[in-house]
Design a protein around this ligand. Structure first.
Ligand SMILES: [Zn+2]
Length: 127
């Protein structure tokens, strides 16, 4: 399998919340809690640390969608403020909660694919 195919496979597995190694076992127990290891291949998920990455992507993407939609609606229809609240509060929940799990899975599977880990300091000559 070429590197490009492996990357596509990692993206697909991540978006579906599957194990980055076998693609069969689930990454999550519950909504966002990680399992300790893959139930299918036994991969230890201790390496997985998406940090604040998923939240940042969701905030940027969801914020753009909601603010853009609210601005367009305000400019074209000039609705009362209560209608803005009725329209955009549910949309905010939808565009933030719905993609959060998929983006967290994607970042963890990409972390595994690229063997990314926390930066460490090394003394000179020490590799
Ligand atoms: Zn697995």
């Amino acid at each position: 399998m070429s590197d490009r195919q492996q990357l596509g496979s990692a993206i697909s597995r991540g978006l579906r919340g599957r194990c980055p190694r076998c693609g069969e076992g689930a990454l999550f127990r519950g909504f966002l809690n990680m399992r300790s290891r893959c139930e299918s291949c036994g991969l230890d998920y201790d390496f997985a640390d998406a940090g604040d990455g998923p939240a940042i992507f969701v905030i940027l993407l969801g914020g753009f969608i909601v603010v853009f939609a609210a601005l367009i609606t305000e400019v074209i229809y000039k609705p009362p403020f209560w209608l803005h609240a009725v329209l955009w509060l549910p949309l905010i929940l939808l565009v933030t909660l719905w993609p959060l799990r998929a983006i967290k899975g994607l970042l963890i599977d990409l972390q595994y694919h690229h063997k990314a880990q926390e930066g460490q300091f090394h003394a000179r000559g020490d590799k």
